[in-house]
Design a protein around this ligand. Structure first.
Ligand SMILES: Cc1ncc(COP(=O)(O)O)c(C=O)c1O
Length: 396
């Protein structure tokens, strides 16, 4: 074994992918409702993205940020037009995008005379695995034995505006929020809460930062989830779906924040490399022209409603929730057996915590594929319940 054992593998050895389908070394085809953890939003091997990447690879791979970067400018303009935030910094991952946001919030706070800036985040949130972002994360399980932890982060209960108001003090620099908590169990923020957070940030001069690493790039039915909440954050972080599989992260921010990120204040060797940026520009163009976010919204609603209908009377199901094609099924027990069962029937799904099944299909799935997945999930869960009934009757 040559690798650090940081990952629990699922035993599948993927060989190739096309659209919503993944094929393993033995030739088994799986309907992939994991999308590489919410990354391949346009499916595997999307022709437009592939062509853009191939063309770029044939021309130039890397030069560093000492050079003019028209590929960055082009993708930044696409983001700007789509999201209304004027400035973009490119990096390589979600954690790095959040690091940039945290650093920007701190730099702004220092220049406003705040000596020990604090960022407020929320319980069951997830913001990454670097030391600052895991400290910002509102889940203890990612923090084991990594101390000492950086100072300057407070966590308050999610969807609780009064708790947030009570936590704000004269050192508070900003608030970082996921609009649908992904790793935390597919928990949507309540609209009144999100609007309250924005109002509070305006009143107290706090940076309103939204982590759209998982919700962004069409997943929730809008290109950015904040567009469905009627708010305009100061800072939005992206990664995952932006490169459809090529590593990229981005922090978008309002024009007035540009002064806090001048030359030398932040950098990344690989950030904004031409190949990832070619992928991002193709992704953003495709999202706009084909309006995949709208499709994700309507198909996601259909899947959620079908699951709610078919599993309404299932005794293990506590709640079916989510937004767009980011759907969670909360059971009263671990979902591990259901995941294995689904895999045996040809469907790959995820979990978010031990008791929540997480569906993150690519946005390009067709109705037929969605139907197939729903049938597999529904039949699988009823079959598992029958087996457990038989076992309890026979005393196994
Ligand atoms: C909301 C959110 N923020 C940040 C991250 C970290 O992203 P990365 O793994 O690219 O560093 C994730 C990853 O799952 C995420 O879901």
């Amino acid at each position: 074994m040559a690798l650090f054992p940081t990952y629990l593998r699922n035993g599948i050895r993927p060989l190739r992918g096309k659209g919503a389908w993944l094929e393993d070394e033995q030739g088994h085809a799986y309907l992939d409702f994991t999308s590489g953890l919410g990354v391949t939003n346009l499916g595997h091997g999307h022709p437009r993205v592939q062509q853009a990447v191939e063309e770029q690879v044939s021309r130039l791979w890397h030069v560093s940020n000492l050079f003019e970067a028209p590929w960055q400018e082009q993708a930044a303009q696409l983001l700007q037009h789509a999201g209304g935030l004027e400035r973009v910094f490119f990096c390589n991952s979600g954690a790095e995008a959040n690091e940039a946001a945290i650093k920007l919030a701190r730099r702004r706070a220092h220049q406003q005379g705040i000596g020990q800036p604090e960022i407020i985040t929320f319980t069951s949130s997830f913001h990454g695995r670097t030391l600052a972002t895991l400290t910002a994360t509102g889940q203890e399980k990612v923090k084991t034995d990594c101390g000492p932890y950086p100072a300057g982060f407070i966590s308050v209960p999610f969807n609780d505006l009064a708790a947030l108001e009570a936590a704000v003090n004269d050192q508070t620099a900003g608030v970082m929020l996921e609009l649908v908590q992904g790793e935390g169990g597919l928990i949507p923020a309540e609209p009144a809460f999100v609007q309250g957070v924005e109002k509070l940030c305006r009143e107290k001069n706090l940076l309103f930062m939204v982590d759209e690493v998982q919700t962004g790039i069409g997943r929730t039915g809008h290109l950015f989830a904040y567009q469905g909440y009627g708010v305009k954050p100061d800072v939005v972080t992206l990664a995952k779906g932006l490169g459809n599989g090529l590593p990229i992260g981005a922090m978008m921010g309002k024009e007035e924040l540009a002064e806090y990120f001048g030359p030398g204040s932040h950098a990344s060797t690989f950030g904004g490399n031409p190949v990832s940026l070619a992928a991002a520009a193709a992704v953003l163009t495709e999202m706009k022209e084909a309006d995949w976010p709208r499709w994700a919204g309507s198909l996601g609603k259909w899947i959620k409603e079908r699951l709610q209908e078919e599993l309404r009377d299932h005794p293990w199901v506590k709640e079916i929730r989510g937004m767009g094609l980011m759907i969670g099924v909360q059971l009263d027990r671990p979902v591990a057996d259901w995941i294995v069962k689904s895999r045996e029937k040809g469907l790959l799904v995820l979990q978010a915590g031990p008791e929540v099944l997480r569906l993150l299909p690519p946005l390009i799935i067709r109705e037929k594929e969605a139907e197939q997945a729903v049938d597999i999930l529904v039949n699988g869960l009823w079959e598992l319940q029958e087996v457990s009934l038989d076992e309890s009757v026979s005393g196994v």
